[in-house]
Write a protein that binds this ligand. Structure first.
Ligand code: TMP
Length: 395
């Protein structure tokens, strides 16, 4: 299927940059033989991850708490007493900070220097680099083998997964684990959350795909744990084949994937139809509100919103502005749709009548914070799993 011409999801821009905006075709595909769901054309990594990368993990308090739990679970389940932990795509250090504070050996490998600088401010040792076989050898030579290589919402960004797997096989200790959690294909298909698909998300993983992608490198899936973050994610644990027991979670969740039909091309034909229905309904609602002269804003200029805005053809006529707490996005325009991004203070000073919840993955956190918006009679517009209007006063 195709979502059409798409800009880079996090390339917020100024008006003088409109003429040179970069576009590519966002077209996902499914491979029935290995179970991989991926986009078929990707912009160069350097166009997405650089010294002005505008996404900071710390923009969500709930995610920071989630990473503290992730770190504790890892320590209690898989780590020796004095571990060395390497994170791929360590961003602003929200995860590794938990090891840094406990005085544990760690290293973040992060290609965006601006986010790595923030990590260092939090005491997280960071190497500005893309992770792959070469970086893995460099890290091993300077720091020794890793007991765990971890990642969150990063592995799906990396087209050269075989380079990652090869790097992991070189860097891990004999009993080391590769652990990552990413948006889950099963959740995306069930919820029609097509906005998980954008330039950075090369893959939307399933257990079936992860098992077959890493097996050629001697890495075996030993545990899988569903997560409710980012609208439905999965945490995968891999180890060298035969070194650690495979937990029942793997067989159970693979059976569930079969029930869902994740291995069948026909499932993705249905997914495409559901995406088209969602687009029609959201566009019809926003067209109607525009005709009625309602004031509509967007809430959170997420990467995901770029797919929704461009696929549905939304313009500043539909959505006057998007409120976002990230200073690097404020004062700029959203990619492709060119909707102005403003600070949250602008939203709070004069509530719109409707707010499109682009950060639906942070729904609980946001609806709890925005009780005053809802109590003043204003409404939320959601589009996952369905296009709905709700008042949000009892969140
Ligand atoms: P994400 O969905 O990719 O995690 O991006 C979250 C974006 O949402 C990020 O730009 C910060 C923004 N945001 C807000 O503006 N307000 C909020 O309350 C939250 C949780 C996020």
């Amino acid at each position: 299927m195709t979502f059409g011409r798409m800009p880079i999801a996090n390339a917020f821009l100024t008006a003088d940059e409109f003429a040179d905006e970069y576009f590519f075709e966002l077209a996902p595909a499914f491979c029935e033989s290995c179970g991989t769901f991926q986009i078929t054309e990707q912009p160069d990594a350097e166009q997405m991850f650089h010294g002005a990368y505008p996404f900071f993990t710390r923009s969500s308090r709930r995610m920071v708490a989630h990473f503290a739990d992730y770190a504790n679970w890892l320590r209690d389940t898989y780590l020796p007493a004095d571990p060395f932990v390497v994170e791929i795509g360590s961003n602003d250090g929200a995860m590794l900070e938990n090891f840094a504070r406990a005085g544990k050996r760690h290293l973040g490998v992060e290609p965006s220097s601006n986010t790595a600088d923030v990590a260092r401010e939090h005491g997280v040792e960071s190497l500005v680099a893309f992770f792959g076989a070469e970086t893995a050898v460099r890290v091993r030579d300077t720091h020794g083998p890793a007991d765990a290589i971890i990642a969150a919402n990063v592995m799906c960004h990396i087209p050269d997964l075989h380079g990652i797997a090869e790097g992991a096989a070189k860097l891990l200790t004999e009993d080391g684990v590769l652990v990552f959690e990413e948006p889950y294909l099963g959740a995306m298909v069930e919820k029609t959350s097509y906005d998980q698909i954008y330039d950075e998300h090369v893959f939307i993983f399933s257990l079936q795909a992860v098992s077959s992608l890493f097996a050629p490198h001697g890495l075996e899936l030993i545990e899988a744990l569903p997560q409710d973050t980012h609208g439905g994610s999965m945490r995968y644990v891999l180890a060298r084949k035969g070194r650690r027991p495979v937990t029942p979670s793997v067989g159970n969740l693979l059976a569930r994937e079969h029930e869902l039909g994740l291995h069948l091309a026909s499932t993705y034909d249905r997914f495409r139809d559901n995406c088209e229905t969602s687009r029609r309904e959201l566009r019809a609602l926003l067209d109607r509100l525009h005709t009625e002269g309602k004031r509509v804003a967007g809430y959170a200029a997420t990467s995901k919103s770029t797919t929704v805005i461009n696929y549905c053809g939304l313009t500043p006529e539909h959505i006057a502005y998007i409120s976002d707490t990230t200073p690097l996005k404020q004062g700029k325009f959203s990619p492709g749709g060119h909707i102005p991004v403003v600070p949250h203070e602008t939203f709070a000073a004069d509530y719109p009548e409707y707010a499109v919840l682009f950060a639906w993955n942070h729904r609980d956190e946001i609806l709890a914070n925005e009780q005053a918006f809802a109590r003043a009679g204003n409404k939320w517009i959601s589009f996952v799993p369905e296009v709905t209007i709700e008042d949000g006063t009892n969140a």
